[in-house]
Design a protein around this ligand. Structure first.
Ligand SMILES: C[S@@+](CC[C@H](N)C(=O)[O-])C[C@H]1O[C@@H](n2cnc3c(N)ncnc32)[C@H](O)[C@@H]1O
Length: 287
């Protein structure tokens, strides 16, 4: 195939992805995964404005996690953000539903020379703005086959983030997860010694633009765990936010944060993938 025919094909493909991703907003749930019932909501009307009377603001430590500027910006990264959900009295424009309002920026999937597909925005993205949710099929980790061969899995490891438990790991293992689904009911010791992510978002067969966002050791996005309908942190939503003001056409990246040597290939050997993020502090390997 000639270079021009190949580029035309890539452009058509990218356009197709761009159009189809615009309309894929929410995750699918595998048949054997049961999502907990909707949590009780706040009693606010219209928009939540008073953190003292809003029970969702109370879950966030007594204040709203977002400022309303630019349609909602996360004030600072948090262990977990509690957004308003289906049982709340407020409406869809409530600032405490910032990550639920769909794509706001014109995102483009494009081809790089050494990392495959990548994503950039045609628009300026202000620091703290939600960029996109990691959408896919919500699955149990222990049912995935060939996890080391699947590039589109996001393990929901919010406990690791919350407890500063180091790099994400990508492995399959029988794990025993505490029966409790409430943040502060889980025993600390269990967390540190036994906890492994139980669920993941698998974007290999179904997903949105987030599946094409590459890793960087010095990223411009960060991962934020969000609870909106239920309060089970094992099944938290994963949303990517701008870590800085991001100028148009700059590649969007987040830190995959894998622990080095944590991925075992089908041959039983440690898998090593070089990192091509090109930043000054590059760790040289994805895992
Ligand atoms: C979630 S996908 C990202 C989209 C991918 N580039 C594609 O073409 O579909 C993750 C995979 O992209 C590649 N990748 C992402 N970031 C990379 C980086 N900094 N250096 C090298 N490869 C990277 C690796 O193959 C990784 O397993």
């Amino acid at each position: 195939m000639s270079i021009s025919a190949l580029s035309a094909k890539l452009i058509v493909h990218a356009l197709y992805l761009e159009i189809s991703f615009k309309y894929i907003k929410s995750i699918q749930v595998a048949k054997n995964v049961s999502v907990p019932p909707d949590a009780p909501g706040c009693n606010c009307k219209g928009e939540c404005t008073n953190p003292r009377s809003c029970s969702c603001a109370q879950l966030n430590g007594g204040d709203f996690p977002y400022v309303s500027q630019d349609g909602g910006r996360l004030f600072e990264a948090k262990d977990v953000v509690f957004e308003c959900g289906p049982k709340c009295g407020c409406g869809p424009q409530c600032v405490n539903r910032t990550s639920q309002q769909g794509l706001k920026y014109h995102l483009e999937v494009y081809c790089t020379k050494d990392k495959g597909w990548a994503v950039r925005s045609w628009d300026f993205i202000p620091s703290g703005a939600p960029v996109c949710e990691y959408v896919g099929v919500l699955r149990k980790n222990d049912e995935l086959e060939d996890i080391s061969e699947n590039d589109y899995i996001f393990e929901i490891d919010c406990w690791h983030t919350m407890k500063g438990m180091g790099g994400r790991e990508r492995r399959l293992r029988d794990v025993s997860i505490p029966a409790s689904n409430r943040v502060n009911e889980v025993d600390e010791k269990t967390l540190e010694s036994e906890y492994e992510p139980e669920f993941c978002i698998d974007a290999s067969s179904f997903g949105n633009v987030a599946r094409f966002i590459n890793h960087s050791c010095d990223p411009n996005l960060f991962v934020q765990c969000i609870l909106s309908s239920h309060h089970d942190v094992r099944l938290a939503r994963i949303v990517l936010f701008a870590a800085d003001n991001i100028p148009p056409m700059q590649e969007l990246t987040y830190d995959y944060n894998y622990a080095i040597d944590s991925v075992i290939g089908p041959d039983g050997k440690t898998k090593q993938v070089p990192c091509f993020c090109g930043t000054a502090d590059c760790r040289k390997r994805l895992y």
